[in-house]
Design a protein around this ligand. Structure first.
Ligand SMILES: Nc1ncnc2c1ncn2[C@@H]1O[C@H](COP(=O)(O)OP(=O)(O)OP(=O)(O)O)[C@@H](O)[C@H]1O
Ligand SMILES: [Mg+2]
Length: 360
């Protein structure tokens, strides 16, 4: 086990800035998820930690030792690659057991350890086959199993469950989480699935274009998104964002259509917000109440569409020319009329400035 520090890491490929400036501390035994859209630099960051890629500038330390210039084999990290990287000519048993064989573990001991991990990942019936005879999801679990038997100081996972169906994915996730709790592994886990990051990680790091947009505990990221990028990336469906203008004690909503506003006590308005200031208002879909009659401070909207999720429903309404999504329990969304009224408690409103950063 080990603590990892990344200091001002930067990596370019020709003109492409893959990682711009990443600084991050990962505690011993911490499970960190790197989350962000395709191309934001997740894999490149992981490959720099593993030693497969060397940064243009910046420093990587593991347990206080500078490993920036060390080759991968001297770093004691196990990595599950996005493309599995299995040995095609070896059986699955030998693929998974390879790190143990290298270490001189006996055949019996190797077989016992591999079988145990393979059973947990439901690939124990495949041990005699070769990678070419496995589905993508099965190969992926073989790669995870190989990393797990490694008992490295640091585990690096690059989208290790992306090819599994929903049920297997939940089971494999539970196994990894259990393993982390049991063995206390330090892990960096790349995913673009925010639900997976929420479920697994102690800390989520949201990236965009080679930079960290926010790092924090899953619920911190969810309930206190620091900017509109994080707000619109986390949550399914994500936060509703509306352009607004501050007026005296009122928020004027700039959604087109008839003018509408929300009156707020000054305690709920961010300090220093001047009358006339433009900003973005954010509200989570589950924090909006819906009514069929007008109440003080409610917003008039038109029903656009209702989507059933099973257990829950998404009610999408038109506010002026903008769409607003509301998440309700299924039984709260019976046949709704066209004219609806939304109410949002002031404590559930988020304010973001013109630069996208949160105002408090
Ligand atoms: N070897 C390379 N040569 C040139 N450009 C590269 C190379 N590797 C990555 N890039 C570029 O660097 C940027 C970051 O790539 P990276 O693979 O780190 O993204 P990612 O966040 O892992 O994306 P994904 O979710 O699609 O896997 C991308 O624009 C990519 O095209
Ligand atoms: Mg990647």
């Amino acid at each position: 086990m080990a603590a990892i520090s990344l200091d001002n890491l930067r990596k370019t490929f020709g003109k492409v800035v893959a990682v711009n400036d990443v600084s991050l501390h990962i505690d011993d035994g911490e499970f960190v998820a790197l989350l962000g859209p395709s191309g934001c630099g997740k894999t490149t960051t992981l490959r720099m930690i593993s030693g497969l890629e060397s940064p243009d500038s910046g420093r990587i330390t593991i347990d206080g030792n500078d490993v920036t210039q060390l080759p991968p084999r001297s770093r004691d990290v196990a990595m599950v690659f996005q493309d599995y990287a299995l040995y095609p000519h070896m059986t699955i048993l030998d693929n998974i057991g390879y790190p143990l064989k290298v270490r001189g573990v006996s055949k019996e001991e190797m077989t016992a350890q591999v079988t145990s991990v393979a059973t947990n990942l439901q690939i124990d019936k495949l041990l005699e086959r070769r990678p070419g005879q496995l589905s993508g999801g099965q190969q992926q679990r073989v790669a995870v199993a190989r990393a797990v038997v490694h008992h490295a100081r640091v585990f690096l996972f690059d989208e290790p469950l992306s090819n599994l169906d929903a049920k297997l994915r939940l089971e494999a996730r539970a196994f990894l989480k259990h393993l982390q709790r049991e063995v206390g592994i330090t892990a960096v886990y790349v995913t673009h699935d925010q639900a997976e990051a929420m479920a697994l990680a102690d800390k989520i790091v949201v990236m965009k274009e080679g930079n960290i947009m926010q790092a924090g505990k899953p619920l911190e990221i969810y309930y206190q998104p620091a900017n509109t990028f994080v707000a619109s990336f986390i949550g399914n469906p994500p936060m509703n964002l509306l352009s607004c203008e501050m007026q005296d004690g009122r928020i004027q909503i700039l959604a087109g259509g008839e003018p509408q506003s929300i009156t707020l006590a000054s305690a709920h308005i961010p300090a220093g917000m001047a009358v006339g200031a433009s900003f973005t208002l954010g509200v989570r879909p589950e924090r909006i109440a819906i009514d069929t009659v007008e109440t003080p401070n409610s917003l008039r909207v038109k029903l656009y569409v209702t989507q059933t999720l099973g257990g829950e429903a998404l009610v999408i309404v038109r506010l002026g020319e903008e769409l607003v999504t509301i998440r309700l329990f299924e039984d709260e969304a019976p046949d709704l009329p066209q004219d609806l009224y939304l109410t949002i408690l002031p404590e559930h409103l988020f304010f973001y400035g013109a630069d996208g950063e949160r105002l408090t």
